[in-house]
Ligand binder design. Structure first.
Ligand code: GLN
Length: 196
């Protein structure tokens, strides 16, 4: 079994460590690899799309040919977790900001994304959120986080904060506005492991 973390930019190391911890906890063995180039995505059984800057990430992934590979494996049912900028990239539709930048999205989840939804004053913050399936609140770290403003019928909302959707699942894909890899709480990476 092999798990790939897209390593073009952003919180790569943190995700590698977090998924490794989740694997250890579950007594499961898998190779965790960092993906910078074309050719590796099709060899993975699951993928993580970290946070970073979605415009840059989208551009570089497209140029490298990784975006096309991700689209193919996603449609074949390979589990994918996108956090923050990763959520933006997974979305099919974007707000004005996304339209203005003309950034390329992977267009895989039937969600509409609002980039930088939490505004200037609250560019970064932490708070306890309820997350579907978790028995107690999760300490979520938000860094210039997006939100989900619309979703299709196959999308399951997993978490809301002040009435704003911050996590959702569609079949094999999960999108999170916050950064579970930046806390010691492994429960969301554990949840992702349950996909495969
Ligand atoms: N605001 C960033 C973007 O839209 C995402 C921030 C993050 O990933 N921490 O690309």
């Amino acid at each position: 079994m092999r798990i790939g973390v897209i390593a073009i930019q952003g919180n790569v190391e943190e995700h590698v460590n977090a998924i490794q911890r989740a694997l250890d906890r579950a007594c499961r063995r898998a190779e965790v690899i960092k993906i910078k180039h074309k050719g590796l995505v099709p060899t993975c059984d699951a993928l993580i799309l970290p946070g970073g800057e979605s415009t840059t990430l989208g551009r570089l992934m497209g140029k490298e040919g990784i975006s096309e590979e991700i689209r193919k494996v996603a449609q074949a049912g390979v589990p994918i977790m996108g956090t923050c900028a990763g959520l933006v990239l997974l979305a099919k539709r974007g707000d004005e900001q996304v339209k203005k930048t003309g950034q390329s999205l992977l267009s895989l989840m039937d969600i509409t994304v609002n980039r930088n939804a939490f505004g200037r004053q609250k560019e970064s913050f932490e708070c306890l959120i309820d997350f579907k399936g978790l028995e107690s609140p999760f300490n979520a770290v938000f860094i210039r986080a997006p939100s989900i403003t619309g979703f299709g019928k196959d999308v399951e909302v997993l978490s809301e904060y002040n009435g704003v959707i911050i996590a959702a699942r569609e079949k094999n894909m999960i999108a999170l506005a916050f950064h579970p890899e930046l806390t010691d709480d492994p429960r969301i990476h554990d949840y992702f492991l349950s996909f495969f």
